[in-house]
Design a binder for this molecule. Sequence first.
Ligand SMILES: O=C(O)CCC(=O)C(=O)O
Length: 415
Amino acid sequence: VGEGGRSCELEGASQEMGTELPRISMERAEEVRAAISRGEPFILTGLRIGPCVGKWSPEYLRAAAAAKHLAAGVHVCPFKTVDLAGHRKAGTRKNFHFVEMPFGEFIQRCAPEAFADMEPLAPVLEAGERLYLRSVATGPEAARTPSHLEEVFPELAADVCLPHGVLYEEGECHSSVLRVASGDTELWTHYDVMHNMLIQVTGTKRVTLWPPSEDANLYTEGSSSRVPDIHAPDLARFPRFARTHSSRVTGLLAPGDAVFIPPLWFHHVAMPDFSVAVNVFWRHHPGALYNPKDIYGNKDLPAFDAASAAVSKLGQELKKLPEPFRSFYARRAAAQLLASAGICGCEETRIAHARVPAAAAAAKRLLSGRVCVVTGANRGIGREVALALAARGGTVVMVCRDAQAGARAAAAVSR
Ligand SMILES: O=C(O)CCC(=O)C(=O)O
């Protein structure tokens, strides 16, 4: 950091990248289970998931017995970000086309560079299209049944050792999903309601997560964020998105790594190259809590659906009132709702912007034990950098020309 903190590299990097997700090895099984119970995201290393890692190259997958199966519901998308549009408002247009094709052909389309000696395939929609597969159940009950790898792709399932009985009881497993993407493809920001262990098998994946408290700042619609580009967000349209930088956590998954995505945590994934992953959704809470019709692990809980319908009805009632009664009573009803749901210490909608202890705790560990020197630290970018470093647990030495201003800034940073 240069004089006055003018070099913005660190600030720029932290804004784009966020705080690194902690990595926990499966050897520290107690720590793994504790983080899952606390609902904190982390990257799990050392999970024994079988020979799929190292084996599932594009060439292997195209030649495997699975290649002849029909890949139902391949998403073909003319844009880089595939938006699976998890229950957005009715009538929202999809940004992809569903196409069926043999799995082998799908693999060839996803990784054409691996089959350069073969006749190239004409695009399905247009040049540059991205392809993404989220495996779905097959058979007459498919529309009502969650995907299970061993039923959809039994030959591939033989290469995978799912963490049943390791991270959750087998009976808690909701679904196991094969996820394959073409290179330079991203998946929109959304949340799911089940516990999710996303295991990277082939290629790398950049995962970015935000805590549930960022709901409003991510402009959520249903379970999806309306901010289409997280790297270059349109802040004129989505100004509150800027507030989400301090809580975002991120990590790069290599083959064999897994990320624990807790329920309601928003997540976005970016795959620079051909990518294969398997994820397991499981019910961490009693089954009756979840929507029995949820096949993707992303349907809001029935208790919320009921509460939401009741709140809409109350809103209609309050709408009949003139101002200032309408605003006054709406705020009071919102506070009453929080209090009656047993959420203490919350006034009105302040909860939406509360920082999540888990993310803050993870952030605090990042620079713990490191000493950082920031020049020009009493104002501007220098002061912001000092704050950011301190928030990540670093010991910050603030170098300032003006001793009094420096003391004031140091007091503010320590707070
Ligand atoms: O890694 C992927 O392909 C998607 C992960 C994801 O969004 C999920 O598991 O919900």
